[in-house]
Write a protein that binds this ligand. Structure first.
Ligand code: TXA
Ligand code: MG
Length: 311
């Protein structure tokens, strides 16, 4: 164990806030059994108190102690995707108190795979509540530098772990009811999930209980718009303001700031949040985003872009 990890675990035990890398995005961690620490976490995030937070563990065994029922589907999913970018919503046990569940009878559980997250969770030993380490509603951080820009010295420690591999948040599967429901597409794709033979009910009406379900979320400050490929050229031609573009094709000279994105969905996801931050910092009047393909492998990226571009 490095001295840095030891210090981070001590800070968590003392009720402090530690930002740490995960394979999806950086998380802002607090001891999930400490009401005061979690209250401070919500205050720093600027997050409403009735929004539940995901609880992180070093292993599935530790995670499942926070659930009072572990259905067969949860065991299968955990065996296949943990540690990794998957969050399971299960009926809570007594360990999951109201201040982490937002008063709901269910709890979100995740076992991340990033080696620094694993070390931190193992040496802390308990449960770490961690939303993404950004201010509520804004773009999630995928580097330690992003976290420092967003939260500065309101965090007691930021652990360095390089850029996040997956780049967008975990897939959330709700198994707390009669049917499995996909609440948020993410790091584990729908194809990967369907290989396990679990049947998912179509996503029900988005509720604010699940903050990713709020329409404008993961959003830059600059107004952003999704534009179909065949309209991009025309949109650029009629723009009078300074415009920044996120697209698959080569830069256009009429555009002030252009970022070219990969045509592979995983590579695109990995770069997405850093790209949105960069375009936001370019201080243009508008960000135009070329819409990605309709294919299901792009579902998670499309979901984040749709929210980033919601008015
Ligand atoms: O990849 C991730 O999941 C990252 C990293 C840090 O692990 N975390 C993350 O946390 O995205 P956060 O808090 O930004 O988003 C958690 C989502 C929210 O939409 C929250 O409402 C939902 O999970 N959630 C948590 N517990 C829930 C529950 N019991 N029922 C429904 N939704 C829940
Ligand atoms: Mg978030």
């Amino acid at each position: 164990m490095t001295p840095e990890i030891r210090k981070a675990a001590e800070l968590l035990r003392a009720g402090g806030l530690v930002a740490f890398p995960t394979e999806t995005v950086y998380g802002l961690g607090a001891d999930a059994s400490n009401a005061k620490a979690v209250a401070r976490l919500y205050a720093v995030k600027g997050r409403p108190a009735d929004h539940p937070v995901i609880v992180h563990f070093a292993s599935a065994e530790l995670a499942f102690a926070w659930a009072r029922e572990v259905p067969e589907a949860a065991r299968k999913l955990a065996a296949r995707f943990w540690p990794g970018p998957l969050t399971l919503i299960l009926k809570r046990s007594k360990l999951a108190q109201d201040f982490v569940t937002g008063g709901q009878d269910s709890v979100g559980l995740r076992v991340p795979s990033h080696p620094v997250a694993q070390e931190l969770l193992s040496s802390f030993g308990g449960a770490v509540a961690a939303p993404s380490a950004n201010r509520f509603g804004l773009v999630s951080p995928t580097t330690a530098a992003h976290v420092r820009e967003d939260l500065g010295d309101e965090v007691d420690l930021v652990l360095e772990g390089g850029p996040s591999d997956v780049g967008i948040e975990s897939t959330i599967v709700d198994l707390s009811g009669a049917d499995a429901v996909l609440l948020r597409p993410g790091g584990v794709s729908q194809e990967q999930l369907s290989q396990l033979g679990i049947i998912f009910q179509a996503r029900i009406a988005e509720s604010p209980r699940h903050s990713g379900g709020l329409e404008r979320h993961y959003a830059p400050r600059t107004p952003a718009r999704l534009v179909p490929t065949h309209q991009l050229d025309r949109e650029i031609a009629v723009m009078k303001d300074r415009v920044a573009v996120l697209a698959f094709s080569r830069p256009d000279e009429r555009v002030d700031y252009w970022l070219r994105m990969p045509r592979d969905p995983a590579a695109y996801a990995q770069r997405l949040y850093a790209a949105l931050r960069e375009l936001d910092a370019a201080n243009c009047e508008m960000i135009l985003v070329e819409a990605p393909p309709e294919a299901s492998e792009w579902a998670a990226v499309r979901d984040r872009l749709r929210r980033a571009c919601a008015a």
